[in-house]
Design a protein around this ligand. Structure first.
Ligand code: DGP
Length: 113
């Protein structure tokens, strides 16, 4: 896959408002927040989208665990939140590096546009 700006964020070449980091994952605040809490949780390995994600090696479990832990840290767990993965143009994916959106801190509407 072609490198995206998220690879540059992982390497520290582009600054981000980091929320969490470990050897496999990075989480940072979205530059264009759609809710009071809007964090992106990404794998450090380059995975283009959810259809390319390797099942069975634990990375997806890990990313979701990180997202849930951040929701607790951000104080939005009790009120509830939304985890979103966009895939491809029709799904609204604009950066071709797998990411989970963690959105919360307000009552979110449904269905999404
Ligand atoms: P998606 O549309 O699902 O591919 O989400 C990509 C998100 O990435 C979008 O909500 C905006 C965010 N984003 C794009 N460029 C940057 C950046 O340079 N820094 C940060 N923090 N977020 C970015």
């Amino acid at each position: 896959m072609a490198e995206t700006l998220f690879s540059r964020i992982i390497r520290g070449e582009i600054p981000c408002d980091k929320v969490y980091e470990d050897e496999r994952a990075l989480a940072f605040r979205d530059i264009n927040p759609q809710a009071p809490v809007h964090v992106l949780v990404i794998p450090k390995e380059e995975i283009e989208d959810i259809s390319q994600a390797p099942f069975g090696n634990g990375i997806l479990d890990h990313l979701f665990k990180v997202a849930i832990r951040i929701a607790e840290q951000e104080g939005i767990s009790e009120g509830g939140y939304r985890l979103v993965i966009n895939k491809g143009p029709n799904g609204g994916q604009s950066v071709d590096h797998l990411h989970i959106h963690l959105l919360g801190g307000r009552r979110l509407t449904w269905p999404p546009g």
